[in-house]
Design a protein around this ligand. Structure first.
Ligand SMILES: C[S@@+](CC[C@H](N)C(=O)[O-])C[C@H]1O[C@@H](n2cnc3c(N)ncnc32)[C@H](O)[C@@H]1O
Length: 284
């Protein structure tokens, strides 16, 4: 298949995900960060989505030790959530993926109020891995609120209380929790106005943080449903190679346009974990 765009290690195809992925080499992808259509929440120009075919290809193309981040939420129909997120993740596990972690994308707001439910403010970020993840660079940007001397105590088998080695480092920052808060929409998730011609982009910082966490520079990152190209753009900025596709030519054009936009981050330091405090602040 001829690429729609190919430059400096970034390749974009315009086509149906399972068909495009069928041409990718088995075991070639280090990290996938992707988000499928959520039930019938948005029509995306009316294209169809074959979960089983895409999931099978995702398993085939993922390298041993590779990770796939599946960002998904459920539609509420007649007052009930569809539960399809859970069906999908169980399906991934039956293919052989490990469910390495179930993370939450806290959207810091809600779209629709339901009279009989609490406001729905999150989506899942399922971290799937083929075997144990090979690249793990956990972000350490959570300001520590306890001092390092207050290490937890543990009762030994003989009944004595001992202090455990502190798990806090001296930097004042600790490992993140697995609930990540980003505000979607407007200038909060991207400064590229063209991105918002797509109905459902996720924040650049979300893509950035997963790429930093689960891959290394030079790795091959994929997004087979790339939409406005958020993952492609962040992979480019973080020195990863990228391959992806979208079924819509209109969205592929937006993605290519974004690759040419100036960086969301004004300096390289801003892609370091410490630069993320403002976006993450209220959670810890
Ligand atoms: C939730 S959006 C992805 C948004 C993206 N993460 C972003 O930040 O812009 C899902 C995308 O999947 C695409 N899509 C739907 N079915 C597809 C298929 N069978 N093959 C490839 N792309 C598909 C849609 O066109 C849509 O752009």
């Amino acid at each position: 298949m001829t690429p729609f765009y190919e430059r400096n290690g970034i390749t974009i195809y315009c086509g149906e995900a399972s068909e495009v992925m069928a041409e990718w080499e088995a075991g070639s992808i280090d990290l996938t960060v992707t988000s499928p259509p959520y039930d019938d929440l948005r029509r995306y120009l009316g294209y169809t989505f074959d979960f089983a075919a895409i999931a099978g290809q995702l398993w085939r193309v993922t390298t041993k030790g590779g990770v796939a981040v599946w960002v998904v939420g459920d539609e509420t129909k007649d007052g009930c959530e569809t539960g399809n997120s859970f069906r999908q993740v169980l399906n991934f596990m039956s293919l052989g993926f490990n469910l390495h972690d179930t993370m939450i994308y806290d959207k810091n707001g809600f779209r629709y109020p339901f009279p009989d439910k609490y406001h729905q403010v999150f989506e899942f970020m399922f971290i799937l891995s083929k075997g144990r993840p090979g690249s793990v660079n956990l972000l350490q940007d959570r300001p520590i609120i306890y001092n390092s001397h207050s290490s937890p105590r543990k009762r030994e088998a003989n009944g004595e209380m001992t202090r455990r080695k502190s798990y806090h480092n001296e930097s004042g920052y600790g490992k993140r929790f697995n609930i990540w808060r980003y505000s979607p929409g407007g200038a909060k998730s991207s400064k590229d106005t063209v991105a918002f011609d797509h109905p459902a982009i996720f924040p650049e910082a979300l893509a950035r943080d997963h790429i930093l966490s689960w891959s290394n520079p030079g790795d091959l990152v994929a997004d087979p449903m790339l939409g406005s190209g958020t993952v492609a753009k962040m992979a480019q900025q973080l020195g990863r190679r990228f391959v992806g596709c979208d079924i819509s030519e209109e969205y592929c054009k937006i993605a290519v346009d974004r690759l040419r936009q100036p960086s969301f981050f004004s300096s390289p330091a801003e892609v370091q974990p410490q630069g993320q405090k403002a976006e993450q602040a209220p959670l810890w």
